[in-house]
Design a protein around this ligand. Sequence first.
Ligand SMILES: [Zn+2]
Length: 406
Amino acid sequence: MERGNVGTCLQSRVWVLVCLSIIPSFHLTAQDYRAQALRILHTVPLIDGHNDIADAIRERGGLDSVNFAVNQPKLMTDIPRLRSGAVGGQFWAAYVPVTTMDSGPHPAVYALEQIDLIRRLCSRYGNALAMATTAAEVERNFAAKKISCLIGIEGGHAIENSLGALRMFSRLGVRYMTLTHWRSLDWAVASTDSSHRGLSDFGKQVVLEMNRLGMLVDLSHVNDMTMSDAIHASKAPIIFSHSSARALTNHARDVPDSILRLIPANGGVVMVNFNPGFVSEAVRVYGDSVAERARLLRAAGADSVTRADSMRAWESRAPHATLEQVADHIDHVRQIAGVDHVGIGSDFDGITEVPNRLEDVSKFPDLIAELLRRGWTEADVEKVAGLNILRVLRDAERVATELRGR
Ligand SMILES: [Zn+2]
């Protein structure tokens, strides 16, 4: 029951009894809610939709340069903090920079290297981590007290317009692909692109082949028309692996209500991003003002020292996002799309700033505790933590089996 219902409770003797039974919950402390959250997360796996540790490790020189078994203060993710955050499963992003479309290793090679790193990370720390490609494997690993490693490719440029490459990525254990990153492809349009295009015919073929393979179609990073086209083309539930609600923060990376309303019929899940610029309107507006300030200083011919001093003064006034704002986004997705269609997609180690009280992977229980404090039932909290994305994985597996049987 939600806390706002107390007045109506007093209308009958039965309800008085119900009310009396919940009154003690008003005296629960933050520690009580955290303890309750931890108890829930020991029975249901918390599955986060997006974490960029693979690229963060690559940037630091690779697996041999980072001991993932001990605390890594410069990172947001390591095994001790995954354990204290009660993480049950993690989609690790095989992130492919869009610059690989111009020069350097081919996007497909970069993606292969990221997948290789994730698989080696998972086997090197096999006492804590275990690969998973199905919902059943996630549940088996959870029962064995292992954190599931799931792989998502971030950026459809990784397939280099080849359905054969897409099929081989699936065989390597990739369970979702984000259709674009920050730059549009010829078959899907990125959120940063103002053109009125969505999925091309080939883009629709990519979506259907992903359905056939049981690979989730991830619509974080695409523009609204591509979101809508993919939802209508897909025969399986789609996901947003790391996107928040645009009604609360007017960022193109977030999901508008018009799309949230399409999710229940599709069966998908929106996994809410923690990026401060995506969850706090004040942070987003401030971010734009910083860019504008820098542009004006350059236009005025200010030298680099003056520019740096001026920007430092400006940046000292920066607003901060909070855990409560992330919870507001979860509440909003629930309100528009429904409690069966909301999840968590932190973007840890892919974001440079973090909300207050949500600094790293050890803080997931605090977010769950906040939802409990707001009156969420345990059953609903279990859905946002992991049951919704497990259902989506299972539905996609079922659709894949049906499509392959035809
Ligand atoms: Zn991203």
